[in-house]
Write a protein that binds this ligand. Structure first.
Ligand code: FAD
Length: 302
């Protein structure tokens, strides 16, 4: 089932989890134990990220295929423009197609660590909209079927870190949607006002596809500080203050993260969002508690 099919006529919010291919064999073993626990929570689909470079890239498709084949759960492969020529992108798309995966999260990717600007690889792309156009072209020429894939693209409620303004970033988001994206999944945020404002501005720019809020439950203070400093998401002062008390205590940080995530998720669900995308960080315990707490908001009559 493709992204747009989930959201078309949905009678309840669509729930998705995002996991990443681990770098070590031990972490992979651990993920393979966590996957059935995540599936037990009945998300609608699971997406698997694409590494900056190197061996974890191979694992994106492997893990997405395993979840789809073994657990009969819909999946999506993330794909970036980093280090890939158009021919290499075609080769990856052929493999995704042959594996029976029907959804792709199409991204530009980040510049290599230490570099400020993203330089397009030889015969490759500079922006995600070009990757979206490429995928739509590939469907016509290789598969012979329009809109074979469901395509998601990234949105940034606090603007993308390189964008001069939110308004300009939204213009570029519009280009991704016009190129053929079916849904937008947002970067994490800790203040729902950013999301509400972003959606209002996107709608005013005639972006009409579903915009799915992305929520990341905090599991470690150091980790969330690293992630937010890289992606430009802000931590509100009150949450920051709470987290300072848990700097060396992941259990405490996790409790704060669960509380924060439930609060945000409930408010978003009450406002009528089309779905929620959780960055679950390859763990299940925290998301299991979050899902229990928000279940009445997802299935109001169950
Ligand atoms: P783009 O949409 O291309 O935008 C990048 C920048 O260029 C923005 O500042 C935009 O405003 C600007 N821009 C766009 N078009 C134009 C134009 N025509 N002219 C001038 N400027 C333009 N990274 C990974 O490496 N692997 C992953 O699996 C991954 N998954 C992600 C999933 C989600 C839901 C999100 C939100 C992010 C993910 N990322 C991932 C991170 C993402 O790759 C980075 O945020 C990256 O820096 C930007 O990617 P993008 O697709 O948004 O790029």
């Amino acid at each position: 089932m493709r992204f747009p099919d989930f959201f078309k006529c949905a009678k309840r919010p669509i729930i998705s989890f995002e996991i990443f291919p681990p770098k070590t064999e031990k972490a992979l073993e651990n993920l393979l134990q966590v996957i059935p626990e995540l599936i037990e929570l009945s998300p609608d689909y699971i997406t698997v990220t694409y590494g900056a470079m190197g061996s974890t890239r191979e694992k994106t498709l492997e893990i997405a295929s395993l979840i789809k084949q073994h657990y009969n759960m819909e999946t999506a492969c993330h794909l970036t423009c980093v280090g890939a020529s158009q021919r290499e992108i075609d080769n990856i798309l052929i493999r995704i197609y042959k594996a029976g995966i029907q959804n792709i999260v199409a991204l530009r990717g980040d510049p290599p660590r230490g570099e400020r600007n993203f330089n397009a690889p030889a015969d490759g792309y500079s922006y995600a909209y070009q990757l979206v156009e490429h995928i739509r072209r590939f469907e016509r020429t290789f598969i012979g079927q329009e809109n074979f894939f469901g395509i998601a693209v990234a949105g940034y409620p606090e603007k993308h870190i390189e964008a001069p303004s939110l308004e300009e970033d939204i213009l570029h988001l519009k280009r991704k949607v016009e190129a053929g994206a079916d849904i937008v999944i947002t970067q994490l945020f800790f203040n729902n006002e950013f999301y509400f404002n972003f959606v209002t501005k996107a709608k005013a720019s005639n972006i009409s596809v579903p915009i799915i809020p992305g929520l990341m439950p905090i599991v470690s203070v150091r980790q969330i500080k690293r992630i937010t400093s890289m992606c430009g998401a802000t931590i509100p002062p009150s949450l920051q203050e709470e987290l300072e008390e848990a700097i060396d205590d992941d259990e405490k940080a996790s409790e704060i993260g669960i509380r924060q995530c439930i609060k945000q998720a409930r408010e978003l669900l009450e406002s009528g969002v089309p779905g929620l995308h959780f960055y679950v960080l390859n763990k299940s315990q925290h998301i299991s508690r979050i899902m229990s707490a928000i279940k009445p908001y997802i299935y109001p009559r169950s």
